[in-house]
Write a new protein. Structure first.
Length: 481
C-alpha cells in the first residue's frame, strides 16, 4: 500500500517531493478509524480520490489560516492559476496589478504561502503555486466563468506579445480581438504592450485597439508610430507613414524624406503625401522633382501634393484640369478644389464622384465633405439614393458632418448597403454622434455581433474597428473628426 501511495504521489512530478508525502500522510492519519485502523485501497482511491485530490484539498485548506486576509489570499492563488488550471508565474508587480493588493501586504501574503507550502519563489520576485494539483481545484472552486474568460484572453495576449518581441508580428485574429474588446473594461494592457497594440492597428485587416491607447498624448503616439517606420512589413510601414501624416510636424520632414527612398512604392507614395501635408513653398522644388520619378505611384502622389499646396490664383487652371485625360491630374485638381473650400465648386466635385478612376472618386469624396454646408442637407439626402456607391458614400460622410437627429435613421439603414465603402461611411457618420453612454452601448452591441469568421461577423468587426478609432484615436480627436 505504501508503494501504491508513493507511486501515486510521484506520477505528477519527476521527483518525490517530501512535503507531498507529509500532506498525504497527515490526511490518511485523520481518516483512520479507531475500530479499524487500516487504510485500504478503496478508501484511498475512492473515498479520498488519490494523491492528486488529497494534496489539492490539503493545500486549499491552508487558506483558512489567513484569517481576515483569506479573501486576498484567494485572489492571489486565482491570479497564479492559468485559465486551464495550471501554474502561472507572476512577479509581485503583476500580482499587485491583477489583485489590487498593495505590494507590502502582498509580500506578507506570499511569505506565508511559501511557509505553508502553497507557493514557491521562482527567480527574483516571481512566484508560482506549488503544483497543478492546487491550480485544478482553484480553477474548479474559486474561479468564476467570466474570470476564466479574462484569464484566457490575458494569456493569449501575453503569447502574442512574446511573438511580437521576437518577430514584430501583430495580432491577426479578428475573433480574439473582438473577444478582447468585449471584455475591454477588465483587460489590462500595460505600457510595454502598447507597441503591439499599435502594430495591430497599423496592420489593419482591420486593426483594433485604440481603446487601450486612449489616454496617451499625441507625442507618445507619435513615438510609437515612428518605431514602426522601419517594420519588416511594407504594409505596416505604409500604415505607419499614413498615421504619422495625421500628426506630422515640420521637424519630422527629414524622416519622411528618407522614406521617399523606400523599396516599396506604396510606402514612397504615402511618404510623399505626408510631405505634402507639411510642405511649404520652400519644398515646391522637391515635389516637382518627384513628378519625374520613374514610379507611377510616386508621380501620382506628387501630383496630389501640388494640388494641395495650390493657391486661389490657380483656380481657373485647376477647374480645367478636372477634365484632363490623365487621372493623376484630375485627382490633384479635385484635391486642390476641396482645399480651397469654395461652395460654388460643390456640383463640380459631385460630378467627379462618378469619375471612371477609383482614386479620383476617392479624393472627390473627401473634397465634397470638406466643402459641404448645412444648407446642402437636402442635396446630401437626395444623393443617398444615387445608383453610384461613391455618391452614396460621400452623401453619408457629409450627413455625418451636417445631419440633424431625424437623419440618423436614414444613415442606420445604410449599414446594410451592398457596398462596403457605403457601410463604412455610415459607421463613421454614426461614430460622430451620441454621448459617452450611447457610444459604450454601441461598442458592446457591435462587439457581440463580431464573433466568428463569417462575412457578417467580418462586417461587424470592421464597423467595430472604425468606431474604436473614431471614439478613442487621439489624432482623430485632434482633427475633430
Amino acid at each position: 500500500m505504501i508503494e501504491v501511495i508513493l507511486d501515486d504521489i510521484q506520477k505528477g512530478d519527476d521527483r518525490l517531493y517530501p512535503p507531498y508525502i507529509q500532506m498525504v500522510a497527515e490526511t490518511l492519519c485523520r481518516e483512520v478509524d479507531q475500530h479499524n485502523p487500516i487504510i485500504s485501497r478503496k478508501i484511498y482511491l475512492e473515498q479520498l480520490e488519490g494523491a492528486d485530490n488529497i494534496i489539492a484539498r490539503y493545500l486549499i485548506d491552508r487558506l483558512n489560516e489567513f484569517g481576515s486576509l483569506r479573501a486576498k489570499a484567494e485572489k492571489v492563488v486565482v491570479s497564479l492559476t492559468t485559465s486551464t488550471g495550471g501554474k502561472a508565474q507572476k512577479s509581485l508587480t503583476e500580482l499587485s496589478q491583477e489583485t489590487e493588493i498593495a505590494i507590502d501586504e502582498l509580500k506578507d501574503i506570499m511569505c506565508k504561502m511559501v511557509d505553508l507550502r502553497m507557493a514557491r519563489a521562482v527567480g527574483e520576485n516571481r512566484y508560482e503555486i506549488v503544483h497543478d494539483y492546487l491550480g485544478k481545484i482553484v480553477d474548479e472552486e474559486l474561479v468564476k466563468e467570466e474570470d476564466r474568460t479574462i484569464k484566457f484572453l490575458e494569456e493569449q495576449l501575453n503569447s502574442f506579445y512574446q511573438s511580437y518581441k521576437v518577430h514584430r508580428t501583430p495580432i491577426v485574429s479578428p475573433p480574439f480581438l473582438a473577444g478582447l474588446y468585449r471584455n475591454r473594461r477588465r483587460i489590462r494592457v500595460d505600457e510595454e504592450k502598447y507597441p503591439l497594440i499599435l502594430c495591430t492597428i497599423l496592420a489593419g485587416k482591420p486593426g483594433l485597439g485604440w481603446y487601450w491607447l486612449r489616454d496617451l498624448d499625441i507625442e507618445r503616439i507619435g513615438e510609437i508610430i515612428k518605431g514602426h517606420l522601419s517594420h519588416g512589413s511594407s504594409g505596416i510601414r505604409q500604415a505607419a507613414v499614413e498615421a504619422l501624416g495625421k500628426i506630422a510636424r515640420p521637424e519630422d520632414k527629414d524622416q519622411i524624406v528618407e522614406l521617399l527612398q523606400d523599396e516599396d512604392s506604396a510606402v514612397r507614395r504615402a511618404a510623399a503625401m505626408v510631405l505634402g501635408k507639411i510642405a511649404n513653398s520652400e519644398d515646391r522644388d522637391k515635389i516637382v522633382k518627384m513628378l519625374l520619378d520613374e514610379d507611377l505611384a510616386v508621380r501620382r502622389a506628387a501630383a496630389m501634393v501640388l494640388g494641395k499646396i495650390a493657391n486661389s490664383e490657380d483656380r481657373g487652371r485647376i477647374v480645367e484640369q478636372l477634365h484632363d485625360k490623365n487621372s493623376d491630374i484630375r485627382r490633384a485638381a479635385v484635391v486642390a478644389l476641396g482645399k480651397m473650400g469654395r461652395h460654388e465648386d460643390r456640383d463640380k466635385i459631385v460630378e467627379m464622384l462618378r469619375d471612371r478612376d477609383d482614386y479620383v472618386r476617392g479624393v472627390a469624396t473627401v473634397a465634397f465633405v470638406e466643402i459641404v454646408r448645412p444648407e446642402d442637407r437636402e442635396k446630401a439626402v437626395e444623393m443617398l439614393h444615387d445608383k453610384h456607391e461613391h455618391v452614396r458614400g460621400a452623401a453619408v460622410k457629409a450627413l455625418g458632418k451636417i445631419a440633424k437627429p431625424e437623419d440618423m435613421d436614414k444613415i442606420v439603414e445604410l449599414l446594410y448597403d451592398e457596398d462596403s465603402a457605403v457601410r463604412q461611411a455610415a459607421v463613421e457618420a454614426l461614430g460622430k454622434r451620441g454621448e459617452h453612454e450611447v457610444r459604450e452601448y454601441l461598442l458592446d452591441l457591435v462587439a457581440d455581433k463580431a464573433q466568428g469568421w463569417g462575412k457578417k461577423q467580418t462586417n461587424f468587426f470592421e464597423a467595430l474597428s472604425e468606431l474604436d478609432k473614431r471614439f478613442y484615436c487621439p489624432y482623430f480627436k485632434e482633427e475633430g473628426v
